[in-house]
Write a protein that binds this ligand. Structure first.
Ligand code: HEM
Length: 400
């Protein structure tokens, strides 16, 4: 469990689960960039935290020294049954080449521009139905009642599993990511996910469908069918990577609009502003931090990193670096120069970025079409989750 005493020094003893970091990491990164751009902690094992854009990108590209075999920001400290749930982990995200290369190739066609266009009508219907459910009530929870409901249903339809189980899937994904600091809960989520997909794989081998799971099961590598545990790992990854991440991005964007009336009015009245706005909201509120494990002793920017140390791929912090972005801490909806790394950089760059962008755009479009004016409810308590994925879990809003 977490080493929960409050942080006094962010440069030598940071804690990404400290409420100060979860609620407002931006000022902490600013301070670190100026005083100690690669911070360190011994909480949950020796771990480094870069805060500059250039450093994060360089780390992401150095796959020889920084391996993806351990990508959890919160290390697994042993649950009731301390054994790996999947022999090959969650490829491609938790793999280095060569396993990474061919498993990523299996997945990419499902998230191409053209495929993603075919998921748009379903996404739009889903968003419109959700908004219709509360638009006349004058109040809603933009996170739990809207953002959280969208990506899981889209992913379920791509995987070919019933969207009626969405709440169950969401619960498992939260166990694995949001409650990663609770070994029992984390193990329960991982086992439930793998158990469920294991049974679904059995069904598909007898009766293939027109879905990602069937496609994986019937694909080949090096002339042989892909092993079951690899199929399971990829399927579990798609659910884990495709749910919490995008829901957090949608939620943060709605939170921003609820608290910045001029940006809300601009987007509501000018749909052409949406594409640049989506990129800017992704930059400013990047939800995903990943980890790497150091493969052998190495010095990086003067820091003596040891084999087995963790390095946090602070993509959200990189996106707030003033060396890279003018006025980095301000949301500029029509920012044109925006080479953000919300989706990572290098060989592990997000395989689902087309889908994530479409979902975020459609979710905002459908909300603003029905509810162009909204703000936080008086005395609203907005709660944030952090760690691997940062995003709001409750955003009480009101509207006329
Ligand atoms: C706003 C939403 C999303 C964000 C911010 C995001 C972010 C990221 C990041 C930062 C990585 C790089 C990981 C690393 O360097 O270790 C990544 C990888 C990945 N993401 Fe996403 N993601 C999002 C949505 C999605 C969706 C909807 C899917 C759908 C399946 C998805 C699937 C993946 C996969 C499969 C990988 C692994 C790629 C590889 O290792 O080659 N992501 N994502």
């Amino acid at each position: 469990m977490s080493d929960a005493h409050p942080v006094a020094r962010w440069d030598t003893d940071f804690d990404v689960l400290d409420p100060a970091y979860v609620n407002d990491p931006f000022a902490i990164w600013d301070q670190l960039r100026r005083s100690c751009p690669v911070a360190h902690t011994d909480r949950r094992g020796s771990t480094w935290l870069p805060t500059r854009y250039r450093d994060v990108v360089d780390l992401a590209h150095d796959i020889d020294h920084f391996s993806s075999e351990q990508i959890s920001v919160i290390p697994f400290e042993g649950g009731p049954r301390d054994e790996p749930v999947l022999a090959y982990g969650l490829p491609p995200i938790s793999a280095d080449p060569p396993l990474h290369t061919w498993t990523r190739r299996l997945l990419l066609p499902w998230f191409s521009h053209r495929r993603v266009e075919s998921y748009e009508p379903l996404t739009r219907r889903l968003c419109a139905d959700l908004v219709a459910g509360f638009a006349d009530q004058g109040t809603a929870d933009a996170a739990a009642g809207y953002a959280q409901q969208i990506p899981v249903r889209v992913i379920a339809s791509i995987l070919g599993v019933p969207s009626e189980l969405s709440d169950t899937f969401t619960g498992w994904v939260r166990d694995v990511l949001e409650f990663a600091d609770d070994p029992e809960r984390r193990q329960h989520g991982a086992e439930a996910l793998v158990g469920y997909f294991g049974a679904e794989v059995e069904k598909r081998s007898a009766e293939p469908g027109d879905d990602l799971l069937s496609d994986l099961l019937h694909s080949e590598f090096d002339g042989a069918p892909v092993e079951r545990s690899v199929v399971l790992g990829i399927a579990a990854l798609v659910l884990i990577a495709g749910v919490d991440t995008t829901w957090s991005a949608i939620g943060s964007s709605l939170w921003h609009l609820a608290t910045h009336p001029e940006d809300r009015a601009r987007l509501a009245s000018d749909p052409a502003a949406m594409p640049l706005a989506v990129e800017e909201l992704l930059r400013a509120y990047s939800p995903v931090t990943m980890a790497r494990v150091v493969t052998g002793d190495v010095e990086f920017r003067g820091c003596p990193m040891k084999a087995g140390d963790k390095v946090l791929m602070n993509f959200p912090g990189a996106n707030r670096d003033p060396e890279m972005f003018d006025d980095a801490d301000r949301v500029v909806l029509d920012r044109e120069l925006n080479r953000h790394v919300a989706f990572g950089s290098g060989i592990h760059r997000c395989a689902g970025s087309n889908l994530a962008r479409m979902e975020l755009r459609v979710a905002l479009e459908e909300w603003l079409a029905r509810i162009p004016e909204f703000r936080l409810a008086d005395g609203a308590e907005v709660t944030w989750a952090g760690g691997q994925v940062r995003g709001p879990r409750s955003i009480p809003v009101v509207f006329p």
